[in-house]
Design a protein around this ligand. Sequence first.
Ligand SMILES: [Zn+2]
Ligand SMILES: [Zn+2]
Ligand SMILES: [Zn+2]
Ligand SMILES: [Zn+2]
Ligand SMILES: [Zn+2]
Ligand SMILES: [Zn+2]
Ligand SMILES: [Zn+2]
Length: 1703
Amino acid sequence: MDPLVEKQEEMVQAAILYPLECYLFGEDPDVFLEKLQQSGTSQLCGKVFKGGETTYSCRDCAVDPTCVLCMDCFQNSIHKNHRYKMHSSTGGGFCDCGDTEAWKAGPLCTKHEPGASGSAKENSGCQLNEEIMEHSRRVFPSVIKYIVDMLVWEEEKELPPELVIREKVDSYYCVLFNDEHHSYDHVIYSLQRALGCELGEAQLHTTAIDKEGRRAVKAGHYASCQEVKEEIKRHSENVSQRPLHVEVLHADVMAHQKFALRLGSWLNKLMSYSSDFRQIFCQICLKEEAGSEKPCFISKLMLWDAKLHKGARKVLHELIFSSFFMEMEYKKLFAVEFVKYYKALQKEYISDDHDRVLSVTALSVQMFTVPTLARHLIEEQNVITTITETLLEVLPEYLDKNDKFNFQGYSQDKLNRVYAVIYDLRYVLVSKPTLWTDRLRARFLEGFVSFLRILTCMQGMEEIKRQIGQHIEVDPDWEAAIAIQMQLKNILLMFQEWCACDEELLLKAYSECHKAVIRCSTNGRSREKTVFHLCGHTLESRPYRVSADPVSIHLPLSRTLAGLHVRLSKTGTISRLHEFVSPEEFQVELLVEYPLRCLVLVAQVVAEMWRRNGLSLISQVFYYQDVKCREEMYDKDIIMLQIGASLMDPNQFLLLILQRYELAEAFKKLKPTKDQDLIKQYNVLIEEMLQILIYVVGERYVPGVSNVTKEDVIMREIIHLLCIEPMAHSAITKSLPENENYETGLENVIDKVATFKKPGVSGHGVYELKDECLKEFNMFFYHYTKTQHSKAEHTQKKRRKQENRDEALPPPPPPDFSPAFSNVVRILNCDVMMHILRTILQRAVELETHLWTEAMIQMVLHLLSLGLLEEKQQLQKSPEEEVTFDFYHKATRMGSSALNAVSVLTLLEKLKRVPQLEAQKDTVGWILQMFDTVKRLREKSSLTTVAATSGSEATKVDETQSTQDKEKAERKRKAEAARLHRQKIMAQMSALQRNFIETHKLLYENTLEAQGKEDAVMEEESISSAIDYSKIALGPKRGPSVAEKEVLTCILCQEEQEVKLESAAMVLSACVQKSTALTQNRSRILEHSGDTLDPLFMHPDLPCGTHTGSCGHVMHAACWQKYFEAMQLNFRQRLHVEQIFDLENGEYLCPLCKSLCNTVIPIVPLQPQKINSEDAEAVAQILSLARWLEIIIARISGYSVKNAKGEKQNLPAFTNKGIGNSALEFNSILSFGVQSSAKYSNSIKEMLILFATTIYRVGLKVAPNEADYRIPMMTWSTCAFTIQCIENLLETEGKPLFGSLQNRQHSGLKALVQFAAAQRTTSPQVLIQKHLIRLLGVLLPNFKVEDTPSLLEVDMFHILVGLVLSFPSLYWEDAVDLQPSSISSAYNHLYLFHLMTLAHITQIVVSSATESPTAQPYENSEEAHSAQAFCREVCQYTSGCFSQDIPGWLVWDCVKKGIMPYLRCAALFFHYMLGVSPPEDLLQVSEEGQFKALCSYLSLPTNLFLLFQEYRDTVNPLLQRWCADPMVLSCLKGKSIAVRYPRKRNSLIELPEDYSCLLNQASQFRCPRSSDDEQKHPVLCLFCGAMLCSQNTCCQELVNGEELGACTSHALQCGAGVCMFLKIRECKVVLIEGKTRGCLYPAPYLDEYGETDPGLKRGNPLHLCRERYRKLHLLWQQHCIIEEIARSQETNQIFFGFNWQLL
Ligand SMILES: [Zn+2]
Ligand SMILES: [Zn+2]
Ligand SMILES: [Zn+2]
Ligand SMILES: [Zn+2]
Ligand SMILES: [Zn+2]
Ligand SMILES: [Zn+2]
Ligand SMILES: [Zn+2]
């Protein structure tokens, strides 16, 4: 904290607060408050949420979704095991734990339960004694009055006289206030200009302003402050719409205001201790001055809220939370005050310049959603009317001359503030009352009527007119109107639900709504009615054309009426409707008119008649039918048509439809026209109309329209969604409408209709429709979009085809209409309908191709099916003579007019033969069959009714039974036919095949034979080689290299080339990166730059290595160079394009797979070598280890002699012999066989240098330098490290050492090892020798080389690789370029390896063999004995520091386990270098077999200690020196710690199974650098588990002069620049590389539907998915993070804008 602020705080405490508390409590405040705390606290939790904090809600128990719990309460509540939701708070809400009205069950967590936390008291009630209460009553009023007086302040106001303590001095502040209009940069700019200050100071001010809400930016005399004020205003006005808010305040006033707020916080603290304090406080706040109209204290503050600065508002709101909202009684009184001033408050808010969370109006949700409180406010305060009137008062600025809304040119921000008021309506209505009083009914109805006034302003708003001729110039604003529709959707539904609670209310509401609709339906009344005739029916109506007259898509009144109508029908109250609306008043045609126009508009838009009206109309039509709006738009319009169809004469109804669709002419005798566009337009309109007719008759899944439940409705929606394709849970949820509780009802029914299929490691789980639900499929489901419709049709037809069934998709039998709607079906069999159907069929049959479409026919067939189904259902239910529905009769009768002389049935028969309708054949067949069924039902029932009425039921059942049987039989027959057909084809095919073999018999047999022979030869060969020497890699028994000639294809030019030493180079794309994947010690500080680093020795911690990976794609070096240069050129020309990769650093994307690469590996062919076993035997006789050592030492010292020109170097002889015959000994190394060095082509050499330089540059982070002495070291190092990484990966994946590598890994490793062997030839041999001598220094302590690390400070495998690769440099001669022969190499490798192994065993024993606590059975094996013997020696050489008491078997066990990774790495290394095939056992996973096979492959005895015995004389002196090293001794004495073997295998940190645990952790997280409570973004490093504070200036770090965010700077340390984080609050994984790159990746947490939840948007409980986490682990260990980032950046270009550096 600022020291000045700290001091002020101390002074306030000492001078004022402490004495005040002493007076209040009558004793030491600390003691008293401690006592009070002990005696228990409130049952309400009341924790106020900060932005970003996680809140929990329970879908099972919360009364509404605004009821939330804090993390603590949730974890201690029963809801933890319910269907909870978790979300990030936007700040400002509070925990509802303890509020019995908020929860249907479990309102209290265990912490807030009475009796919990050790307190026996039930209620926090009255522990305060009378004296303290008395004191409080005296102190609080003054404090509160002081706060109010100081905060409610206007610039000109004077301090009250009692506060003026001295002469008024001319000391003022210029105070700048925060707002939401001006950006940071605006404020900084204005300040810099106005104050003439530095950027830093301006930034400081701005940050403080944003945090506190205001800041004194200038102190001084009044005039100077005024001047600055004007300056700031002027400058800020220049850069934005309005000036900044600045005030000049007297210094004393500032001081008092500050103190007033401090007192506010003090009160806030007191409130938490006792209910008595709260009550006294509330009483005083609510007290009104007697006889005065002035508002009470709290209301004063509320009304002043919008004028307060941010900091003051926060204190004030917290005080309200901690006092009023913790006492139910006072919450109610507060709510009353709140509603009293509601209008004023909302208006203040609408013109306020702060976010809603900072407004007192945001408290409404806390009161309005409490059911009893809401009811009270409706009854007593008439809150619904208050809210709607507020809306009516703020909305008029949007009204046009007709008193309809028009939002053209609206301000989004302002309208958003209006939505807040609409939201309040939603809160008040969220819980339906169970008990209705007369008063409640009256008040609600009053509110409803008032609400209808708003709807009246919307009914018909934003009318549009079809644009003819020119396209409109500007697309009108449509978003605002649609947004209001969305906001209103659930409110409309809630009003309807409330109305439906009570019969009386429903009828009254209906009548009011009806009146309102009729009032709005006046336009066009002036026009004269016209008459329309068709089929002998006439319709009289006023002319209106959608295509020419204005039309609106907004009809909330009509739709509310439709909603109320179905509720009337559902409750049966409809029978009393005439009491409220007389039939004359009803005017059904008028009610239908507007919704019908709207549907016609949609049809005309589809027919492209409104093309010229632009995109805005398309968007409106989209939302009209979209799930977000359709319930209160499209769906209700369909219902309104159904109401019309049920109440109007069916023929008249259809005539009206025809007329409004402007199709009246189309069904009369057609005048031939050539206008193709017009014909097409007609056709689309006819299709659209038929579709609407199908919906009117067929769509009955609405409670009230038929007798279905809500569940049935949802089930049907889901079935139709899943008929398109299997879907994820979230996709289904998104396609279903949500109710006011954000529930779709999906979970209750999904398992009835679908089965869940789990996801794999990527993707998500999906639901598949159950087979038995397929029969519910209705191709013309009214919520299908056009694409969904055709997709679903396609899927279902395909499925039926696969099942060998016909392709007919008739409608499923719909549920019966409820009585109020039963008349709708009459439109199916009325004359006009028959005319329509007949006309269309006729046109198809007569092949007037341009006048009909297949879709049209499909719809006609669908309507026919509906008619027949209806008649069948009716016949099955009641006796034939009662069934008046005569569809069959009408359809089989001939038409009246000459044009339609044929019956529908006849036309249908003919339709079968229309070739264009082949696809509909099955449907036609199905319908004909239905005709038959209905006919027989008619006949049968007329027979049976004559016979016996009682038996009729049974016969009908029989009848249906028999039809069903018949259908079944038919299906069976077809299936059988299909089966036979298949069989026939199969038979034909196999016959063909036989014939082929017959004719080509000779050829066939020959090839078979040849193959067999070849196989046999191969086998023989491999057997013989296996017996001989094959699977040993080292020493005289070394097997032959299996090197096939390699012919590779360049991915760029597609040409093939054989890889040869002397040919032009081929290269493998590769990526070199630093890696900490194997580190044993993450706390080790990594060097940022390797300028001074000596990389020859790798520390056994493996802190940071250089990894080389490849995607395995091959190119010609020349082709690659061309490609790279072209890319460089390309990017230089387009400078503005941000690059995914860093060309400067040689980065590019693999041309084939787009992996990120930064270099290429030259492909050097393996040189096959074979050893003559006789020669080898001969050499074996002479070349013992001792002799071999002598020879190399002689060679080395010889070099030194030569190099130093006689000056004897300080190289003590290793053997006792001395360097007598030095000349001879110097050359004796050559006597065991040499050969000339390989000659590489220039192109290969060039690539060798290029790649080696890249490794050096990337691995050390230095500038490239081809001549640097460290280049060979880095080559060996990356070779060793990459092998170690691969070994590690194979082990953790549980795969065998050989044969299981991915192709890319295999070819990458092969190329890398061969490269590493060849690289030596491009460096000076003297340099290589120097490195070699330093490496040998570790093994042979006699070589006194400076800075040689001890045995415990090096990684042995790195040394082994270095030694083996550098060793040939000893064969270098001035004149000729020599290298060891195969036999020499075999021995060199063997001895080097054996020596390294001995050293490693010693290393393991010294560092890892300690007493193990688990007592294992004593094992008396040979190995144990040898181990024991070895230990004795070590003990002796370490002067007893090494304990001899460790049992031999334990030491053996340690060694065997510890050495395994080293042996595995060595096997990989020698295999890829020499090409000797490994033993079978290494191609499988087996613990014991593997060890033996490794020993045999590497020429080791399985009892490793035998090595010591074998080489005893030579090795003992070495062992002695190794053990005597001070470092080793210090470790043995426990003074220092060495790495233990086997080293631990790294894995990503353990994550909790339940995601809320992580959220919990994150909530405990405190930024290590700052103490403010601002929103933090905690992220978790998945490598090391560190929790960091990301995206925040507080934790940025300065690295090499650059500001880096916490993640980026952590990554440099933890992952050498590459790292993986989990953003906890967002549930996303972030991968980053370096300072500029990163990407998001789905977190490995899934909800129960197998889906991830980035951003916790859905909020379902999440659980760890192990497979996915493992995938992330592999991404890391395979070094594919960089690749993943590059790939993701390629596909998601959006992330370019993100500044990864500051993460
Ligand atoms: Zn809580
Ligand atoms: Zn609680
Ligand atoms: Zn619950
Ligand atoms: Zn090529
Ligand atoms: Zn590639
Ligand atoms: Zn880390
Ligand atoms: Zn921080």
